[in-house]
Design a protein. Structure first.
Length: 482
């Protein structure tokens, strides 16, 4: 394999210190980085390498706590890193990168920058002859804010990189449990044979956050929870639950199956939006025992009122043979009661109950991404008792990931994603068509909300969202798992 250079644009930013450099460090600690890897940290601060490294170490230590690097580990890791001071809009500074790059090595450009810089950085890289060798590019959402704008971003990337060299990150795909979903579905025959409308009553996907908008008011107010979370993270989870078995683990096979699901999502338009979508916005309340401000009172707020949703609940349908009649209830919000990310597969009741009474407790599969990543299945068994004949009880089968794993620590999503990008494996990265089809569906939903005046309903910070979100599911005779 050709040696790899990793060039991180935005190396002094928050994402770099909080996620990227710690992930690379963990890979180095585990001996998983190629020995000849070189990392160029690119930022505009006028500092030298030593100053960059000492600032980085301090910030990483703050984030990593007990697992922060020891002196010896740091010494080894720091040797991989070079610092290049550059203004991303100054062509001269790209010459410094050109001097550092080596055409005999793979250049992996990681854009940890605001999305508005994606296009200019690519243009300058090309103009200043930095894209002459084998090059790949890694970038994060948002890839546009609508179908139209995502096409512009993807179009710019396509001018300089072919699709096989573009690594679009959705960090949810790097989470252990999300990858485990693939193992669970496609490595267990009995699960796969029960995975359709004949056995499953409905699916719930909840991504609830305790945090508010974390000082990002001006960004968030233009975007809202649907574009920030549903278009990408929840859509990816839905696709992995709903897709057909791919032919292989190759990126193209997985992407093809995911795209089919996005295309099969029933349109939410003016005729059905009232029945299928609830939007909410947090008002003052309590968060983990402390008073919490309402959305428009958050620091940085520019207005007294806003129609941006911080919560959304959707009843979606995948119109294909496998999922006919099975609703997918999606729910995500900021400043909710707990941080919970989970997928619930609710099985149907027994077709004929020979036990009577409360015996008809349908099985439930709980795929928990956070906190405490793991998978649980509720099962019914006989209670041991001579007094009662065949009294039943519910048990939980718990699949603990740590059993038999190399490490007690669950790796961060970025560790997996870096390793795959370095090794040229795109299977956990998102393809152009998936992104654009997902925007097509979300754009339609947003248009319908606007046309039908589906306004935001207030909910107290620290609650589970507006009452209407309970009604959305309860009117179908079902309830949210939490
Ligand atoms: C990001 C969103 O993509 O995901 C944030 O922009 C959100 O608003 C975050 O808080 C949630 O990620 P996680 O891994 O904490 O669930």
């Amino acid at each position: 394999m050709q040696p790899v250079d990793l060039i991180i644009f935005g190396a002094s930013g928050d994402l770099s210190a909080r996620k990227l450099f710690p992930a690379l460090f963990q890979l180095d600690r585990a001996g998983l980085l190629p020995l000849d890897l070189r990392i160029a940290a690119i930022a505009r601060d006028t500092i030298d390498l030593d100053q960059f490294l000492s600032g980085l170490r301090e910030r990483m230590t703050g984030y990593m706590g007990d697992s922060a690097p020891t002196d010896k580990e740091w010494e080894k890791y720091a040797r991989l890193i070079s610092y290049i001071k550059a203004d991303f809009s100054d062509p001269k500074d790209y010459q410094k990168m050109k001097d550092w790059l080596d055409d005999n090595r793979v250049s992996l450009f990681y854009l940890a920058t605001p999305p508005s810089l994606f296009a200019p950085i690519c243009d300058y890289l090309s103009q200043e002859n930095c894209l002459t060798g084998d090059c790949r590019i890694v970038l994060e959402k948002p890839i546009g804010e609508s179908l139209e704008t995502s096409k512009v971003v993807n179009g710019t990337l396509a001018k300089y990189f072919d699709e096989a060299s573009i690594y679009r990150i959705d960090h949810y795909l790097g989470k252990e449990t999300v990858q485990n979903l693939l193992a669970l579905r496609f490595a267990n025959r009995f699960i796969n044979s029960q995975w359709d409308q004949s056995c499953i009553d409905h699916v719930q996907i909840t991504v609830a956050e305790v945090v508010g908008i974390e000082g990002r008011w001006s960004y968030y107010d233009k975007v809202g929870q649907l574009r920030d979370m549903v278009q990408n993270h929840l859509m990816q989870l839905l696709c992995l639950v709903a897709m057909e078995p791919p032919n292989s683990l190759e990126a193209e096979s997985i992407r093809d199956e995911k795209v089919k699901i996005v295309k099969a999502l029933r349109c939410i338009d003016a005729s059905n939006v009232d029945e299928h979508v609830v939007r909410g916005q947090y008002a003052q309340g309590w968060s983990l025992g402390n008073p919490a401000p309402g959305y428009t009172e958050e620091p940085g707020s520019e207005r007294d009122t806003s129609d941006t949703e911080t919560f959304v609940a959707i009843k979606a349908h995948v119109d294909n043979w496998r999922w006919s009649g099975v609703p997918f209830y999606l729910r995500t919000g900021k400043r909710m009661a707990e941080k919970v990310t989970e997928i619930i597969i609710q099985y149907k009741e027994l077709p004929h109950n020979i036990f009577g009474g409360g015996a008809n407790l349908p099985n439930k599969l709980i795929i928990r991404l956070q906190p405490n990543e793991g998978i649980e299945m509720t099962m019914v068994s006989k209670r041991q008792s001579l007094k009662e004949k065949l009294a039943l009880q519910t048990h939980t089968l718990n699949l603990d990931f740590r059993d038999g794993s190399d490490d007690d620590r669950i790796p961060d999503a970025y560790e997996r994603l870096f390793l795959d990008a370095i090794n040229g494996d795109q299977s956990l990265f998102v393809g152009r068509e998936e992104i654009e089809e997902s925007w097509r569906w979300c754009d339609g939903l947003l248009r319908a909300c606007q046309d039908q005046g589906v306004s935001v309903k207030p909910y107290h910070a620290g609650s589970w969202g507006p009452a209407k979100a309970e009604i959305l599911i309860e009117k179908d005779g079902r309830s949210w798992h939490v």
